[in-house]
Write a protein that binds this ligand. Structure first.
Ligand SMILES: [Fe+2]
Ligand SMILES: [Fe+2]
Length: 172
């Protein structure tokens, strides 16, 4: 192989690697980050609102964003982390499942309450605190495990699986 063709080959390899990072093939972690930001933004608006109609609309939006995210995350991310060797990874995976359960219960309770009452506002605050904590831990504990244990290609594949799993979730 000439120096020129091996340089071309190296260039192709780099370009291929870069093309895997482009927007047409996102890493699962970038999708999760975007969705976390969206939910946290809706939660901030919810706790700041003093308008019952707006609060109800925001609860609907939070439900529609959060439930498919959480279910698909369990299937594609948590189950992969739970399958890793070692107790700490399994603790993180279980903790995630438990927190999703608590968030889902709190969201169900919030949906049943009359908007703009002290109980509604308190429940909305608890939901926000719970999810702020959950998202912070997920990004700090789960994501480094995903980065460390799954290749760039695998994380792109996980992203496809995540988007497909989300579509199968029904929000009532
Ligand atoms: Fe998440
Ligand atoms: Fe989560």
């Amino acid at each position: 192989m000439t120096a020129r063709s091996s340089l071309q080959k190296a260039t192709d390899t780099v370009l291929n690697a870069l093309s895997l990072q482009d927007n047409s093939a996102p890493d699962i972690l970038s999708t999760l980050e975007t969705e976390h930001d969206e939910v946290q933004d809706l939660l901030s608006k919810l706790v700041q609102s003093d308008n019952g109609r707006e609060q109800k609309a925001l609860v609907g939006k939070i439900k529609a964003a959060l439930i498919p995210h959480a279910k698909a995350e369990e299937k594609v991310v948590y189950d992969a982390v739970l399958a890793l060797k070692g107790v700490p990874a399994k603790v993180d995976g279980n903790e995630g499942y438990i927190e999703h359960g608590l968030a889902s219960q709190t969201l169900t309770k919030l949906s049943a309450l009359t908007a703009n009452t002290p109980e509604f506002k308190a429940t909305a605050k608890v939901l926000k605190e719970l999810l702020d904590h959950h998202i912070k831990e997920e990004e700090r504990n789960i994501w480094p495990r995903v980065k460390e244990n799954f290749s760039d290609e695998r994380r792109i594949q996980m992203n496809r699986e995540f988007l497909a799993a989300k579509k199968r979730v029904k929000v009532s």
